[in-house]
Design a protein around this ligand. Structure first.
Ligand SMILES: Nc1ncnc2c1ncn2[C@@H]1O[C@H](COP(=O)(O)OP(=O)(O)OP(=O)(O)O)[C@@H](O)[C@H]1O
Length: 356
């Protein structure tokens, strides 16, 4: 499938178009980028990774409308490159290549799924991706223009749903280190997340919700209803901070928050803070469908921690296995389905610089 490659890291004349020539390769094409000269050393190289299919296609349209303002606000001080994703996981490859080339920032344009993929592009084989240009001394920052369906990470940062505000933050370029969560499964693969990783009912609901994104935020309601059919609470074995294994009985859902929100605005881990160095782990046990109806408003406004059978702990590492051994407990992170238990979760404190 054709996609739009990046025209990289050069001053963009004000009159030139930001829309770039379609390439036929499946990898980002940086080969045409001439070496940077001493004169452009003070210009920041920004790579915008745009998911044109985000928010049921709205992201692509909003981005097109935003471009003239973005160019006028950033074009004088920054070299602007854009790259459209061609499908799932493409944002990971684009990001890795941009970091290797020494971009100042890679900016996710889309929803939490796009942010999640760009974040995963900051790492490879369990380590941060290094810049391969010996003349570059800066690190690459992560940026975000939230244009997705849920945009839950932006909520934790108290960002308004206004892309012009996001461009203003990018113009200022203030950076802050944030924590990132990492998940490992039996295959030894690393998987990174910004927001919330969750297990069992909520993960199953997210899995189904992803099939109904065309209905906007309603997809989360449809996904939850579908997940309830045939759902059974399960006993789980959990090890917190390398301590002893403990059995948590009749777990309905377990949510590991690096940030506060998931599912399009549910404040599930209300004390999580991506600058704290810890996860907040919230467990719902022995919940029935009618508990969700009764406490839904509290789950949304983050006042559910005092509800019976809801617990919260702070943790840096967490290992989770099922007791039954049926291999049917769903795991997701940042709304992306990851497979089934067992999994190990660790926090990587202050591991990425984010434009904030
Ligand atoms: N060109 C593409 N075509 C189809 N899917 C894509 C394409 N590019 C990326 N994707 C996939 O789209 C998924 C969802 O994108 P994104 O998160 O931007 O929007 P969203 O789901 O509407 O928002 P949110 O995650 O905030 O609810 C991503 O996880 C990604 O794998």
């Amino acid at each position: 499938m054709a996609y739009y490659g990046i025209a990289m890291l050069l001053p963009v004349p004000k009159s030139s178009s930001l829309f770039l020539t379609p390439q036929n390769s499946m990898a980002p094409d940086f080969s045409a980028a001439p070496a940077r000269s001493a004169t452009d050393s003070r210009r920041r190289d920004l790579v915008f990774v745009v998911n044109p299919k985000g928010a049921n296609g709205r992201t692509g349209k909003d981005w097109k409308n935003l471009l003239p303002y973005l160019r006028s606000r950033l074009g004088n001080d920054c070299n602007i490159s854009e790259s459209f994703t061609s499908g799932p996981c493409h944002a990971i490859d684009i990001t890795r290549e941009a970091i290797r080339q020494g971009a100042d920032a890679v900016i996710a344009v889309g929803g939490d799924g796009t942010l999640h993929e760009v974040t995963n592009g900051f790492f490879w084989g369990g380590k941060p991706v290094p810049c391969e240009d010996p003349e570059v001394s800066h690190t690459t920052a992560l940026g975000l223009i939230p244009l997705g369906t849920g945009s839950d990470f932006a909520r934790t940062l108290n960002w308004k749903n206004n892309p012009e505000d996001a461009i203003e933050r990018i113009a200022k370029g203030q950076r802050s280190r944030i924590d990132i969560g990492v998940i490992r499964g039996e295959d030894g693969e690393y998987h990174y997340f910004n927001n919330v990783a969750d297990i069992h009912l909520t993960a199953k609901a997210g899995y189904y919700a992803s099939k109904y994104k065309r209905f906007g935020n309603l997809c989360y309601v449809i996904g939850a209803l579908q997940a309830f059919f045939g759902h059974q609470n399960q006993d789980l074995k959990i090890k917190v901070n390398e301590g002893e294994w403990e059995v948590y009985s009749q777990v309905t859902a377990l949510c590991i928050g690096n940030a506060k929100f998931f599912g399009g605005g549910m404040k599930i881990t209300p004390n999580a803070d991506p600058r704290s160095g810890n996860f907040e782990v919230v467990t719902l046990q022995d919940f029935k469908w009618y508990h969700f109806i009764r406490y839904l408003h509290r789950l949304y406004n983050g006042t559910h921690l005092s509800v019976k059978n809801v617990s919260s702990v702070s943790a840096q590492t967490l290992e989770i296995e099922e007791v039954s051994g049926n291999s049917n407990i769903y795991v997701q992170s940042d709304g992306e389905f990851l497979g089934f238990l067992p999994r190990k979760f660790c926090i990587l404190p202050a591991s990425i610089e984010m434009i904030i």
